[in-house]
Design a protein around this ligand. Structure first.
Ligand code: AHM
Ligand code: MG
Length: 338
């Protein structure tokens, strides 16, 4: 007997059936995003064989040197998603301004935000990278969305997800009804539901932070990490483990799989810019996924999803993962402020 497996398309269509008056627009949009992720997965897989590794000799708005694959992936996302009529505009970590759907295509009611290739410093060394995306509704009556229309708090997201290009390629997705993971079956070219209802353990003994920034950390972060490092003999009375992949997608995926905490806090070196990770393309979609899986996501002082964005490329501190650990770190922030 053939074993039926749920593809991501079937999953999305079944989700859509639960929504009254759904037009199918959202389903088609997600399908186009899935196609873009398949194309990027294929490019990442082939790497040096097709000459896509290395730098592109350009900088993005944040002054970071772009990798060839940053630019190519951005293009793949635009080309896959601009034609179908579901979107009014897009915004990306790799583009200075909002991208309006060109006049030859119909405009739709959604806004798409994405980081086409997150963790791209890892690409040349063949370590996991990913794509992060978030969907917002275009405000009513707006035909030519501007930056301001994208400045919606994370609670307004109607869908968030990421693709992880690792030993296997996966898509992890939430539409506000839990979190599901799909693995790309290369033989049939489909993402198949392999990780239904992902949830995050409330407790954990694993943390992820770039410890080379230790001398710049603020006191609450220093305190938390010091206590972890003190292990059994210290205040926590247990030994901790550490990981740092420098690929947020892979980091979040590990936390969804076996719990843990991920931190890119603000420190004195990056205080001016507000943090390292981008609110709209990284922090918000990941926070939506983390919360939907039972985890917590905060800047240390406030829930990330509640932040009212003030700029397209705004950066924020990010602390997310297992509930009890993240709440402890938030408490350390309160105690320091008091
Ligand atoms: P990117 O979008 O330019 O790739 O930057 C985001 C990445 C995250 O995936 C990762 O957590 C972080 O930057 C790593 O930063 P660092 O190199 O400072 O450790
Ligand atoms: Mg990124």
């Amino acid at each position: 007997m053939h074993n039926h497996r749920t593809t991501i398309t079937q999953h999305i269509i079944e989700e859509q059936r639960r929504i009254q008056n759904a037009t199918g627009d959202f389903t088609s949009l997600l399908n186009d995003i899935v196609t873009a992720c398949k194309v990027i997965s294929n490019l990442v897989n082939h790497g040096a064989l097709i000459g896509v590794l290395g730098s592109a000799a350009t900088e993005n708005i944040q002054g970071e040197t772009q990798k060839k694959l940053d630019v190519i992936s951005n293009d793949v996302f635009i080309k896959s998603n601009e034609w179908a009529g579901h979107l009014a505009a897009m915004a990306s970590e790799e583009m200075d301004d909002v991208y309006l759907i060109p006049p030859q295509y119909p405009r739709g009611k959604y806004l798409l935000l994405f980081d086409p290739l997150d963790g791209s410093s890892n690409i040349d060394v063949n370590v996991s990278v990913g794509t992060i995306f978030s969907i917002l509704r275009c405000p009513d009556g707006v035909e030519n969305p501007t930056k301001e229309d994208f400045l919606q708090s994370g609670t307004k997201q109607i869908c968030a997800g990421y693709a992880l290009y690792g030993p296997s390629s996966m898509i992890v997705l939430t539409t506000g009804r839990g979190v599901n993971g799909f693995t790309l079956d290369q033989n049939i070219g489909e993402f198949v539901l392999t990780h239904p209802n992902l949830t995050i353990a409330e407790d954990s003994i694993e943390f992820a932070i770039n410890a080379s920034n230790m001398r710049f950390w603020e006191p609450p972060i220093k305190r938390y990490i010091d206590e972890c490092l003190a292990g059994k003999e210290g205040a926590r009375g247990k030994d901790f483990n550490m990981r740092w992949i420098a690929s947020m997608v892979a980091e979040v995926h590990r936390i969804l799989t076996r719990g843990g905490v991920f931190m890119y806090p603000v420190d004195s070196k990056i205080k001016q810019q507000g943090g390292k990770l981008r609110l709209l393309y990284e922090a918000n979609p990941m926070s939506f996924i983390i919360e939907q899986a039972g985890g917590v996501s905060t800047t240390g002082h406030e829930r990330i999803l509640d932040i009212q964005p003030n700029a397209l490329h705004q950066r924020v501190p990010v602390i997310l993962g297992s509930k009890n650990e993240v709440e402890r770190i938030a408490r350390y922030h309160q105690e320091t402020s008091a």
